[in-house]
Design a protein around this ligand. Structure first.
Ligand code: SAM
Ligand code: SF4
Length: 475
């Protein structure tokens, strides 16, 4: 959507910092959370309206067991109503771990002399992508340290390389990016390579804490990072992902920071972020982390449920940083995307560089190393509909989460059918016999639930085409 400077609120200005810690702490300290108010807020969210930052603060302050349960139930219901049972799958692909920054929680930081520094050669990158395709992956997020070697042109080159790899029936249909902030020209270069989402996490929205953890390199500049995705939008990337690294500072502050960031985008660019991520700090090579703000399991579930209610039409990503049990539990409260078959060591999907796990080669330790098939199997067991859909972005329907949310019938017309078709491809090409059996059962169940007058017959026709070898057919 084109930006209209007249319409940007006075409070929010493009490419200007927007976090006011006094405002956030004022809300946390002074917002009341009576049962009546909390129920009203949950009802507002369920009626498909985004919450204000004050309302989100009220949910944060609702800390009696009964109200926490009501918030969780609200989030569960909202997820069901808005997103149905789909879960989108992706995998991270680490391209290079050279880094000039010194983030004390990260194994890649420049001062970590134990870290083994590597950048995939083009050939190794191709091998990695082939291995991922042979597992059935269709959506990747490429991850890079921050280093002059990984400039916009290099990132664009790696994106194009990934798209060019086709192995068997495999191909990568959407490449997202998690890399350092760029300037506007840099973002333009990367956009032209055909990226999906550009993801940058603020890590912590609390300036002093940010300064405590970022001790060297360009990333020390809080404001440059905070305004990074504004620059991406100026360059025409309206598909951006925000996130906070939970465990650096008070989780309540970070949740309000994320909501404030969302409001800022809406005020200035008329579109919220495509996704929100909420990684929790994990063990990393020689990491140094103040344990005071570690987020407990209960707090983690609470914060996911609160975010779900606060920003109903933003995708929420849960990664393999969390263990299988936590993922299964947290998914119910509003997660729409997870990674599967994840490996963080460079070259480890193809075994072209590293085969053994070694913390000095990873950014941090992951806790869910199950294969993609195992993850899909569990999703099917729980009656989710795993999806590799990339249709909206390839049809130019950006802002898809907003559409899912606001366009009547959008999910039935597009999302569920495309989830079914991409799952059918996976079952035909990559699933174990056991998983395939479960998968076809889940597909049948979903088809039965789709209105007969809608496109169930057309979906069945396309599934037959997939069975005869046709690929990449979507609505
Ligand atoms: N180097 C770029 C940056 O810092 O934005 C790109 C990606 S960095 C490799 C990806 C994200 O991993 C960081 O933004 C941070 O939130 C997260 N991360 C770093 N260390 C972590 C740790 N010990 N545990 C969990 N997540 C971590
Ligand atoms: Fe480098 Fe990113 Fe790790 Fe910071 S979080 S040290 S910028 S790779």
């Amino acid at each position: 959507m084109k930006f209209n400077p007249e319409k940007c609120s006075i409070r929010d200005q493009r490419m200007k910092p927007f976090i006011d810690p006094d405002e956030i702490w004022g809300l946390i300290n002074n917002t009341t959370a009576t049962p009546g108010r909390i129920r009203q807020i949950i009802a507002k969210s369920l009626s498909k309206e985004r919450l204000t930052i004050e309302e989100t603060a009220a949910l944060i302050n609702a800390d009696s067991p009964g109200l926490i349960e009501e918030i969780k139930e609200g989030a569960r219901e909202l997820k069901k109503r808005v997103y149905g049972n789909r879960i989108v799958l992706f995998a991270p692909l680490y391209v290079g771990n050279k880094c000039t920054n010194n983030c004390t929680y990260c194994g890649f930081r420049t001062s970590n002399k134990f870290a083994v520094r590597q950048t995939l050669s083009d050939d190794q990158l191709v091998k990695e992508v082939e291995a991922l395709e042979e597992n059935g992956q269709k959506r990747l997020i490429l991850v890079y340290g921050e280093h002059p070697a990984y400039d916009a042109r290099y990132i664009a080159h790696t994106v194009k390389t990934v798209y060019s790899v086709k192995k068997g029936n495999g191909e990568i249909r959407r490449v997202n990016i998690n890399a350092a902030p760029l300037d506007i020209d840099g973002f333009r270069i990367v956009k032209e390579a055909g990226i999906g989402t550009y993801q940058i996490f603020q890590e912590t929205y609390h300036r002093e804490t940010y300064q405590k953890y970022h001790l060297g390199g360009r990333k020390m500049d809080y404001d440059y990072r905070l305004t990074a995705l504004d620059r991406a939008q100026e360059a025409g990337i309206d598909d951006v992902g925000i996130g906070a690294l939970f465990g650096l500072y008070d989780w309540r502050f970070e949740v309000l920071g994320l909501v404030r960031h969302t409001n800022h985008f809406e005020a200035c660019y008329r579109v919220g972020p495509h996704t929100i991520s909420f990684p929790r700090i994990q063990d990393a090579s020689a990491a140094s982390i103040d344990p005071r703000y570690m987020v407990s399991h209960e707090e983690f579930i609470r914060l996911v449920a609160i975010l779900r209610l606060a920003v109903p039409y933003t995708g929420m990503i849960l990664t393999a940083r969390e263990n299988a049990m936590v993922r299964r539990e947290v998914m119910k409260f509003g997660v729409s995307q997870i990674d599967g078959g994840t490996k963080l060591e460079l070259g480890s999907y193809s075994g072209s560089i590293n085969e053994d796990q070694d913390l000095n080669r990873e950014q941090f330790r992951i806790n869910d190393s199950r294969s993609l098939n195992e993850i899909i199997d569990e999703l099917l067991e729980d009656e989710y509909l795993p999806s590799f859909c990339t249709a909206c972005y390839r049809k130019g329907r950006t802002g898809e989460h907003f559409m899912e949310f606001s366009v009547p019938g959008f999910i039935k017309r597009f999302c569920t059918p495309n989830a079914i078709l991409t799952l059918a491809e996976y079952l035909e090409d990559y699933a174990t016999p056991d998983t395939a059996e479960k998968g076809w059962r889940v597909i049948e169940k979903n088809l039965e639930e789709i209105d007969v007058q809608k496109n169930a017959a057309e979906i069945r026709r396309r599934i037959e085409l997939i069975k005869t070898g046709k690929r990449d057919i979507y609505f």
